[in-house]
Design a protein. Structure first.
Length: 129
């Protein structure tokens, strides 16, 4: 139970920081916030953000599986990576957008979390629509 409460707290902080940064990126075009999203993903996965973002999609899935929290956070990470990909596309950085999109898709496939918006991100979805 304690571990579950801790995970919920970590996810709550992740959603809060990522939502704010993604809103600035996708609504206002402020790509200076991309590092915040990538850092938050790394922190959620308990990996160095630079290392996590440099991993191939399948290697990222492997690291998530080995960490033991992959199943618990996959939907959040996949969602954030997908939105990050959209921001990079909007900014014209097709190369990074393609990598983030592939990472999001690999996670969604591996952990069966594709296409669903985590409930904690519903407010962000409404903001961005």
């Amino acid at each position: 139970m304690l571990q579950h409460d801790y995970l919920l707290e970590i996810i709550g902080r992740f959603v809060e920081s990522v939502s704010d940064a993604l809103t600035c990126m996708l609504r206002d075009g402020d790509m200076s916030r991309a590092g915040e999203v990538e850092d938050a993903i790394g922190e959620l996965l308990d990996l160095d953000a630079h290392t996590a973002m440099a991993l191939s999609p399948q290697s990222l899935v492997t690291m998530m599986t080995l960490s033991g929290v992959g199943e618990s956070v996959a939907g959040y990470v996949s969602y954030a990576l997908d939105k990050l990909a959209r921001a990079y596309e909007k900014d014209g950085d097709e190369r990074v957008a393609a990598v983030r999109k592939a990472q999001a898709q690999a996670i969604a496939q591996a952990f069966h979390s594709g296409g669903e918006v985590p409930p904690e991100f519903e407010t962000l979805e409404e903001t961005l629509s």
